[in-house]
Design a protein around this ligand. Structure first.
Ligand code: ADP
Ligand code: MG
Length: 208
C-alpha cells in the first residue's frame, strides 16, 4: 500500500458507509440508539476530505493517522474513539513510503490492540472486535504465506463478513446493546457490520 492507495481506501470506506448508512442505523436501532450509520457517515466523510487535503509527502502512516484523528474529532459515541484510536495505531506502525503485506498485518494487529485496550471487549462480546479480530488473523495468515496485498485483503474481508454474521446469535456484553441482555440476541452487531465494510473496501481498492 502506498499513500495514494491509503487515500483511496479512506474514500472507498466513506462511499461504502454512505451507501450502507441506513442499514447501519437500522441495525443500531434494533440493539442501540440508531445513530451508527450517521456517526460513521459523518466521520468517514470528514476523513476523506481531510486525507484529500493532506500535504504532498504525507506517508501511508500519515494518511491513516490523520484518518484516526479526524474520526475521533467528528464521531460521537463509542465507535468514534474506538475506530479513531485503531486508525491512529495502524498509522503509527507504518513509517515507510510503502506498506508491504506483513508490515500492514502488524499494523492491523496494533489497531486491534487499541480497540481492546480502550473498549475492554473480548471476542464473542458482540462488538466490532468479532469482525476485526478474524480479519487481522486472516490478513496475517495470508501475508505470512506470501500472498500479495490484494489476496491478503480479500481473505480479511471474507473473514470480517463471516465474523459479522456470527454476531447474530451472540448476546452483547459491551456497549449499549449489552443493556438489552438476552434481548440483544438475534441481531447483527452494527459495529461488526461497519468493520466488514472497512475490510471489503480495502479488498476492493487493492484489487483495483
Ligand atoms: P454508540 O453505541 O455510542 O451509539 P455507535 O452506535 O456508533 O456508538 O457504535 C456502536 C458499536 O460500537 C457497537 O455495535 C459495537 O460494535 C461497538 N462497540 C460498543 N462498545 C464497544 C466496546 N467496548 N468495544 C468494542 N466495540 C464496541
Ligand atoms: Mg449507537
Amino acid at each position: 500500500m502506498d499513500t495514494d492507495l491509503a487515500r483511496a481506501w479512506v474514500r472507498a470506506i466513506a462511499a461504502a458507509v454512505g451507501r450502507h448508512k441506513d442499514h447501519l442505523t437500522q441495525l443500531d436501532s434494533a440493539i442501540g440508539d440508531a445513530d451508527h450509520g450517521t456517526n460513521m457517515d459523518r466521520g468517514f466523510t470528514a476523513a476523506a476530505v481531510a486525507v484529500a487535503a493532506a500535504p504532498a509527502g504525507t506517508t501511508v502512516g500519515g494518511v491513516l493517522t490523520l484518518t484516526g484523528t479526524t474520526l475521533i474529532a467528528s464521531i460521537g459515541g463509542a465507535a468514534g474513539p474506538l475506530y479513531g484510536g485503531a486508525f491512529r495505531a495502524v498509522g503509527k506502525e507504518l513509517a515507510g513510503p510503502v506498506a508491504a503485506p506483513e508490515a500492514f498485518a502488524a499494523a492491523l494487529a496494533a489497531g486491534l490492540e487499541s480497540i481492546q485496550r480502550l473498549g475492554t471487549a473480548a471476542p464473542g462480546d458482540k462488538t466490532m472486535i468479532d469482525a476485526y479480530a478474524p480479519a487481522v488473523t486472516a490478513f496475517t495468515g495470508a501475508a505470512r504465506a506470501g500472498a500479495d496485498f490484494a489476496t491478503s485483503a480479500g481473505a480479511a474481508a471474507d473473514a470480517a463478513e463471516a465474523g459479522m454474521r456470527a454476531t447474530i446469535p451472540l448476546q452483547a456484553r459491551k456497549g449499549r446493546a449489552s443493556y438489552l441482555g438476552v434481548r440483544s440476541t438475534g441481531h447483527q452487531d452494527p459495529g461488526a457490520t461497519s468493520t466488514a465494510l472497512i475490510f471489503r473496501a480495502l479488498s476492493e481498492v487493492t484489487t483495483g
